[in-house]
Design a protein around this ligand. Structure first.
Ligand code: FAQ
Length: 319
């Protein structure tokens, strides 16, 4: 059998909705695309803990603090499932983390914006988790089995995150004039960066076509972005707030909202490392990694000790 034959068999499995598993034959580019996307996704979950971690010590009540800690802890868990899924494709976690810490690997642009007020915790939950869910519900049906399965649990947790964010904003939106203003300000600052989470326009996306053919992605960046605008434009009415887009208008012909233009220069600047917090985020990740060196060392020393004891026990039993 030649390579074309393997490729045909592979594509026919995809077309028949049969999941690809780690030991199955796959084109090298399929493996690389999945490693790229899954590891970027894992990094996003890990770096994504930073803007919210900033508010754990300043949450307005014990209840809010407990909820926020639980949410941030969930993001850590998502990162770990995703690193494990990416490892099944042959790249080690150490290599992925080294790429994140050196600035070589990408993570979502959204986490390079600062969280300035308590209302930002609500806006992140409602908008950032909201955008993440739309994308990730689609990814539960992605063609690579370990990634699809990891996403099922992640989505359940993300939907709790989104509801807690919306509820946080709902409370503020019914509060004092100052709280209402804080709520609107957070929506204003997080709206456009949330739309950027879906990636460049389809016409600029380098990976869309191939990833759609391989069913890694099931919807394009623009399709998901429009779905998000349609959803948020309705939900914002419940808050009695506004989205910061004077072009936002229901279009009865397309049955979708029309909306304005993303600042793509800003998007690419953030993706290339020049957003408001890129340097701060990488510095925080590097510090955490270095500070944790003794824990990794101790865990390794314990594993070696345990393996030696087990080997000695087995030798004794065999004698
Ligand atoms: N930021 O060809 P495309 C979360 C890159 S998780 C930075 O269209 P693709 C949970 C892209 O990698 C949020 N870079 O790419 C949470 C590619 O670069 P490369 C993360 C971006 O992969 C909530 C280049 O631009 N979610 O929020 C961005 O087909 C709250 C060309 O783009 C995922 O990662 C961006 N926004 O489509 C945690 C989901 N957009 O490597 C804490 C999985 C694009 O070719 C708190 N990922 N780029 O040089 C995906 O679905 C896809 O990777 C897309 C991009 C849709 C993000």
């Amino acid at each position: 059998m030649n390579i074309q034959h393997f490729e045909q068999l592979f594509q026919s499995k995809i077309d028949k909705e049969i999941k690809i598993e780690s030991k199955d034959w796959m084109p090298e580019a399929y493996r690389k695309t999945n490693i790229r996307q899954i590891s970027q996704h894992a990094h996003s979950e890990i770096v994504g803990m930073l803007p919210e971690g900033n508010w754990i010590s300043r949450a307005p009540s014990l209840k809010r603090k407990a909820i926020l800690i639980a949410k941030v802890q969930d993001e850590a868990g998502h990162g770990l499932y995703l690193y494990s899924a990416a490892e099944t494709l042959g790249m080690s976690r150490e290599e992925m983390i080294a790429d994140l810490n050196s600035g070589k690997a990408k993570y979502s642009s959204i986490f390079n914006y600062p969280s300035l007020t308590w209302a930002d915790m609500g806006a992140i939950g409602w908008l950032v988790d909201g955008a993440a869910i739309l994308n990730q519900v689609m990814l539960c049906r992605t063609s690579y089995g370990p990634y699809a399965r990891a996403l099922v649990r992640i989505c359940k947790e993300e939907s709790f995150h989104q509801r807690q964010g919306f509820e946080t904003l709902l409370v503020l939106s019914k509060g004092t004039e100052e709280q209402k203003a804080m709520c609107q300000d957070a929506i204003n600052r997080w709206w456009w960066p949330s739309l950027m989470m879906f990636g460049p326009k389809d016409s600029e996306s380098t990976n869309n076509d191939q990833s759609m053919k391989w069913k890694i992605k099931r919807k394009t960046n623009d399709e998901l972005r429009q779905q998000f605008v349609d959803m948020a434009a309705e939900q914002v009415k419940v808050l009695g707030m506004a989205l910061p887009d004077d072009k936002l208008k229901w279009n009865p012909t397309t049955k979708h909202y029309n909306w304005g233009e993303i600042n793509w220069d800003e998007f690419w600047a953030v993706v290339k490392g020049n957003g408001p917090c890129n340097k701060q985020r990488l510095a925080a990740r590097n510090k955490a990694h270095n500070d944790g060196a003794w824990v990794r060392e101790a865990a390794n020393a314990y594993a070696v000790k345990k393996a030696k004891a087990q080997a000695a026990k087995e030798a004794l039993e065999a004698a």
